[in-house]
Design a protein around this ligand. Structure first.
Ligand SMILES: Cc1ncc(COP(=O)(O)O)c(C=O)c1O
Length: 407
């Protein structure tokens, strides 16, 4: 396609966009189970307002737009507080979980070089850790070593201990992991790391804005945050269960001493000193404004309400799935992520029928599963979903061979 020689009216351009958008996944109808976290019309409306106010500004230079600088600092402070960081806790906002993870790995690599003389850094992550860790290892030149999972689908601590070397720069645990919604044994893993001066990162991209509120509601949540000795950094995404529009995550540090390793500083440029805490140069302002806006709009009360609704929806779906003969949940997920499969039925063929009913379930292959990241709005569709699932189990044909593919 070439750039059109002449422009079109806003209405014409919007017309084409809307036509194309008609084929996109119907997330407003709560038929998708990943990528977007529907929380209802009030949240939608608020996010439009917050984003609109900051569409043009650039968060690269905090001195030009001090309001952005203040909001970013406050988002980080509110997040470290939720994660039980102490007085010395600090951090920065990034564009998403992957960038927060990249910054944690860069911090750990540079720290290991400077403090322990590590020359061939290794990254030790459970098999179930998000691919962002593999990406970080690849970009930042660390060897990626995988920790196998125990039978309960959490990282195997004994196996992890055997894999540690004097070149291990960073160890990782997820709270929860994406594939099975399990929280790794963070105290045990972080303990192994702390004994050896190794950086430990909790990936709470999914759980950072969910688990604290479920705990406040009285649920039993496995330890994962800065209350666990040895946890050095935590990633927590405001654009997941923080219900912000995309482009907002926090990389949180237990102490300012490690945060210094995150900073990139360059002073040999005619343009002047260039300092940056993230991969991006120019940074959109809207995600910072939207993150600050939604956190203040919802407050602890709003987040508790939404976390409670997401969990209630997940529990209803889980109970309904477990009641269907032949289906089972993999592992024992703590919050609202569910992977279900079967020992006897072809789960991918069942997935095909669910596709035909208009649901967007991710497919997984270790073990074979259909995957759901449940949001508050899924309350509305739980009965319809379960009715369709019962139909799919009773009336599926052979699998069409659709692959497990996330992106
Ligand atoms: C556990 C976990 N960590 C990290 C990420 C990466 O986040 P992002 O897609 O925002 O880069 C995800 C994404 O789903 C995730 O589920």
């Amino acid at each position: 396609m070439k750039l059109p020689s002449k422009g079109s009216s806003v209405e014409e351009v919007l017309g084409v966009m809307k036509q194309r958008k008609a084929d996109d996944a119907n997330w407003r109808g709560a038929k998708t189970f990943s990528l977007i976290y529907p929380a209802g019309e009030e949240v939608d409306h608020a996010l439009h307002e917050f984003n609109n106010l900051y569409l043009y500004e650039n968060a690269l230079n905090p001195f030009r737009f001090p309001s952005l600088h203040t909001m970013e600092k406050e988002v980080v402070a509110m997040t470290t507080d939720l994660l039980h960081g102490g007085e010395d806790a600090t951090g920065a906002m990034t564009s998403g979980g992957t960038e927060s993870i990249l910054m944690a790995v860069k911090t750990a690599r540079d720290r290991a070089r400077a403090e322990r003389g590590v020359t061939e850094p290794q990254l030790l992550a459970p098999v179930s850790a998000h691919p962002a860790f593999a990406k970080a290892a690849s970009y930042l030149d660390l060897e990626h070593v995988q920790i196998p999972l125990a039978d309960d689908l959490r990282a195997d601590v004994d196996a992890a201990e055997k894999l540690i070397t004097d070149q291990t720069a960073i160890m990782i645990g997820s709270a929860p992991n994406y594939p099975h919604g399990m929280v790794d044994p963070i105290p045990e893993l972080a303990g192994l790391a702390a004994e050896r001066g190794i950086h430990f990162h909790t990936d709470a991209c999914v759980g950072g804005f969910l688990l604290p509120f479920l705990e406040k509601l009285g649920h039993d949540i496995p330890p994962f945050d800065f209350r666990v000795p040895g946890v050095t950094t935590i990633s927590a995404d405001v654009h997941k269960y923080g219900y912000c529009t995309k482009g907002a995550s926090v990389i949180a540090h237990r102490s300012k001493a490690t945060a210094d390793y995150q900073l990139f500083l360059y002073d040999k440029w005619p343009g002047g000193i260039y300092g940056s805490l993230a991969m991006a140069g120019a940074r959109p302002a809207a995600p910072i404004a939207a993150a600050w806006g939604i956190m203040n709009f919802l407050g602890e009360e709003g987040y508790c309400r939404l976390a409670g609704r997401a969990l209630a929806a997940a529990q209803k779906l889980r109970a309904g799935i477990e009641a269907i003969p032949g289906l089972r949940i993999w592992g024992d997920p703590v919050a609202s992520l569910i992977a279900f499969g079967s020992d006897t039925l072809d789960i991918m063929a069942i997935g095909d029928v669910m596709d035909d009913h208009g649901w967007h379930l991710d497919r997984q292959d270790g073990p074979a599963a259909l995957h759901m990241m449940v949001s508050p709005e899924h309350e509305r569709i739980a009965d319809e979903f379960l009715a369709n699932l019962r139909d799919a189990v009773a009336n599926h044909g052979a699998s069409r061979g659709v692959e497990a593919r996330y992106s």
